[in-house]
Design a protein around this ligand. Structure first.
Ligand code: FMN
Length: 176
């Protein structure tokens, strides 16, 4: 039987799709057939043996449309392996790793809907010119000025690859 996996994501400023693509690439190299699709374009989960879903973080939470995706598909997600990831800037801070357990709680609303077989917490990126809202842009300019966050691409491709590798047995050996 083909192991067909959906890697789906939600993003606002364009850093999360690359994380999803990298997860998809690693799973493909590990003998899965993988579709990488934005959540808003997913019609049905019925053809997939497993689902990996991730979202950018805003205000310490998954994007609302990403939580809505899990809510809408919770029955289908409960009967197949489901893994969740988030992409944020806190992990890109010099002391970011100290906040890992706190960051993990940002997935609690997802866990309350469907229990993931694994969760991935990743640093994303910051390009202030891509932030839609004026007051948010101002807040980020100040955070950069005061050295809290640094603009640029902070994605850790090795960490993403390692997480995707350990997903393989979790996506294969699943019983409810
Ligand atoms: C308005 C706004 C709020 C954010 N809030 C948080 C936050 O609470 N914690 C955090 O670690 N990162 C936060 N970030 C950083 C994003 O999670 C990070 O830039 C991520 O890479 C964005 O992914 P995307 O480009 O796929 O949307 C925020 C970014 C924006 C623009």
């Amino acid at each position: 039987m083909t192991n067909k996996i959906l890697v789906t994501y939600s993003s606002r400023t364009g850093w999360t799709p690359g994380v999803a693509e990298a997860i998809g690439k690693t799973l493909t190299e590990n003998s899965f057939q993988v579709d990488v699709i934005p959540m808003l374009e997913v019609q049905s989960l019925s053809t997939y043996n497993g689902v990996v879903a991730g979202s950018a973080i805003r205000s310490r939470a998954w994007l609302p449309e990403a939580v809505q995706f899990i809510r809408a598909h919770q029955d289908e997600l409960r009967v197949r392996p489901f893994a969740a990831f988030l992409v944020c800037m806190t992990l890109a801070m010099p002391s970011g790793e100290n906040y890992r357990s706190q960051i993990s709680t940002w997935l609690d609303p997802v866990r309350a809907l469907v229990k993931p077989v694994s969760t991935g917490l990743f640093a994303g990126g910051l390009d202030i010119s891509r932030v839609e809202n004026f007051s948010d842009r101002l807040m980020f300019k100040l955070s950069v000025m005061f050295g809290v966050w640094k603009e640029g691409d902070h994605r850790d491709w090795n960490a993403i690859h390692q997480w995707a590798i350990q997903l393989k047995p979790l996506l294969l050996n699943y019983s409810e």
